[in-house]
Design a protein around this ligand. Structure first.
Ligand code: C5P
Length: 287
């Protein structure tokens, strides 16, 4: 039996733009993505067997059957390598909030792909693993690669970028979830008012200019929030900015908000303040 344990980091969207609707029902996106230290832990055990996959998620009520993204990733990997003489047993210890815009599921799937490569096919190129990841989910190729990248197309066309400069990242998830397909459904492409300046974000990362990175945080999904969602998300952003964040924005299809801080004491104080109301508040940093 072989066992490997990997950290599966969450991602944040420094930018998220929607360029168009595709014939396959997906949208063409342009996103600058960044992995952060907040992580799940994924353990994969392989043993001689018959291609059987089991998933355990202790302390979580997420489904563990074939619909589970970690399960799906293992099935995709097995299908590609064409062997049916091993079993995979996967344990996912969740820390990343689910349905939060942080790729909490995609990163578990990506960790399963990376672990199975190390255990079964160590020579497999990362580009191949990213390609297989597309079949598991749109954010999986980025999660295989990690770091900082421009993601285009469905999210699978990746260009590695210089990392977000060192800073303190405060992440806060309000107590409701937002459905990704529902939010895509609300977008009217010709009515988007404030699109991210992706070129300016890329330039800010290239020069390592943290205030300019912060100044360019933008996510078009924030425009289609309504009612309580909008109020709470704007409220968390304001609290972070009042607490000293250079800027704050929603990540992915939300509802999680993150703020970038250059001063640790301010970040710690803002975290303590927000945690009184929102249990899912985390102080972390870029990876
Ligand atoms: O690929 P994934 O399963 O993560 O996507 C979840 C949902 O998000 C899709 O079913 C689709 O509704 C939406 N989506 C999209 N365009 C993308 C990525 C996701 O419309 N590029």
């Amino acid at each position: 039996m072989n066992t490997l344990t990997l950290a599966a980091p969450a991602k944040l969207n420094l930018t998220l733009d929607i360029l168009g609707k595709r014939p396959d029902g997906y949208h063409d996106l342009q996103m600058v993505m960044q992995t952060i230290a907040l992580s799940d832990t994924v353990t994969v055990r392989t043993a001689p067997g018959s291609g059987h996959i089991t998933v355990h998620m202790p302390g979580s009520d997420l489904p563990t059957g074939p619909e589970n993204i970690a399960h799906r990733a293992a099935a995709v990997f097995f299908a590609h390598i064409g062997i049916a003489d091993v079993d995979a047993e996967i344990t996912v210890e969740k820390r990343i909030p689910a349905q939060a815009g942080m790729a909490g599921g995609s990163t578990d799937g990506a960790a399963v792909l990376r672990a199975l490569r190390t255990l079964l096919r160590p020579d497999l190129p990362t580009a191949t693993l990213e390609k297989w990841g597309e079949q598991v989910g749109s954010d999986v190729p980025f999660c295989v690669r990690g770091g900082t990248a421009l993601a285009e197309g469905r999210g699978e066309r990746l260009t590695t970028l210089p990392s977000l400069p060192e800073c303190h990242v405060l992440v806060c998830k309000p107590d409701f979830g937002l459905s990704t397909p529902a939010l895509f459904g609300r977008i009217r492409l010709d009515a988007i008012c404030r699109r991210p300046d992706t070129a300016a974000m890329t330039a800010a990362l290239t020069t390592g200019d943290l205030p300019a990175v912060a100044g360019n945080l933008a996510n078009v999904f924030e425009e289609v929030l309504t009612g309580r969602e909008r109020q709470e998300i704007a409220g968390i952003e304001d609290a972070m900015k009042r607490g000293g964040a250079l800027n704050a924005a929603m990540t992915g299809s939300g509802p999680t908000v993150f703020g970038l801080f250059d001063r640790e004491t301010a970040a710690v104080e803002a975290a303590e303040h927000l945690r009184r109301r929102y249990a899912q508040t985390y102080l972390t940093h870029p990876l």
